[in-house]
Each structure stands twice: as structure tokens, then as C-alpha cells.
Write a protein that binds this ligand. Structure first.
Ligand code: HEM
Length: 117
């Protein structure tokens, strides 16, 4: 059970890596677009996160305030990806506030996961 939980955690981290990695590529190459990989990363991190939010394979209590905060942030990132992709389709570019918020909020969620004990 514990091994399975660690496996799901690995999938969760892979989702984070895909989302944040795809965002960093766009930030560095200067195009600042929203790409399909970002949606995939968010979906993978979100699904695995929900699976981890149930208390199985652990002997300690989960911090549901922290998990709830991460869930709210994930929903906001999802909304920004949707709105940003819509703007991109119409005008060819993503408003900078939306693009940068996606990266900052993704990083904030990882920081919350690791630093909030
Ligand atoms: C962009 C979104 C997210 C990012 C970047 C992220 C990042 C992380 C990271 C880096 C860890 C490892 C922390 C550690 O083991 O010390 C983690 C663990 C975890 N995350 Fe997320 N996460 C995200 C979304 C979510 C969501 C939406 C949920 C639940 C609804 C969630 C629930 C959890 C749980 C339950 C753990 C493991 C806690 C444990 O077993 O001790 N995460 N997350």
C-alpha cells in the first residue's frame, strides 16, 4: 500500500514537472504561449493529487487545509489556462498577467506542498 502511494506521488510529481517544465520552456523561448503539455501536466497532477488526498497507505493525518488550498490554486491555474488559451486563439498571444500567473501559481503550489508542514 505504501509503495503504491509512493508510485501515485511519483505520477503527481511528474504532472507537476510537465506543467512547470512546459511553462518554463515558453517563458525562456520568449513565445509565452499556452501549450497542450501544460493542460496534460495539470490534469495528471490534479488526478494524482485527488488520489493522494484520500488517507490510504499512511500512518499520519493529512493536512486538509493545505490540500484544500492546493486544490483551489489548481482550479485557478486551470481557469487561467482556459482563459489564456481562448485569448491566444483570438489574438495570437496570451496576456502577460495570465501567462506569468500560471507559472507563479504552479511554483506556489509546489512550495506549499513542500514547505507547509
Ligand atoms: C499544480 C498543482 C500541484 C503541484 C505543483 C503539487 C505539488 C506537490 C509536490 C511537490 C508534492 C510532494 C511534497 C512532499 O512529498 O513533500 C505534493 C504532494 C501532495 N499533493 Fe500536490 N501538487 C499540486 C496539486 C495538488 C492537488 C490538486 C491535490 C489534492 C487535491 C494535491 C495533493 C497532494 C497530496 C495529498 C500530497 C502528498 C502528501 C503526503 O502524502 O504526505 N496536490 N504535491
Amino acid at each position: 500500500m505504501e509503495f503504491l502511494r509512493h508510485l501515485v506521488l511519483l505520477v503527481h510529481l511528474t504532472g507537476f514537472a510537465i506543467l512547470f517544465g512546459a511553462w518554463v520552456v515558453e517563458a525562456v523561448n520568449g513565445k509565452r504561449q499556452i501549450t497542450r503539455l501544460m493542460n496534460w501536466g495539470l490534469a495528471i497532477a490534479g488526478l494524482a493529487g485527488l488520489a493522494l488526498a484520500a488517507p490510504w497507505g499512511i500512518e499520519y493525518d493529512l493536512n486538509y487545509v493545505k490540500i484544500g488550498t492546493k486544490l483551489v490554486i489548481l482550479v485557478v491555474i486551470g481557469a487561467l489556462l482556459g482563459i489564456g488559451a481562448g485569448r491566444q486563439r483570438k489574438s495570437g498571444s496570451v496576456p502577460p498577467a495570465i501567462f506569468w500567473s500560471i507559472g507563479v501559481l504552479t511554483f506556489a503550489n509546489a512550495a506549499i506542498a513542500v514547505l507547509w508542514r
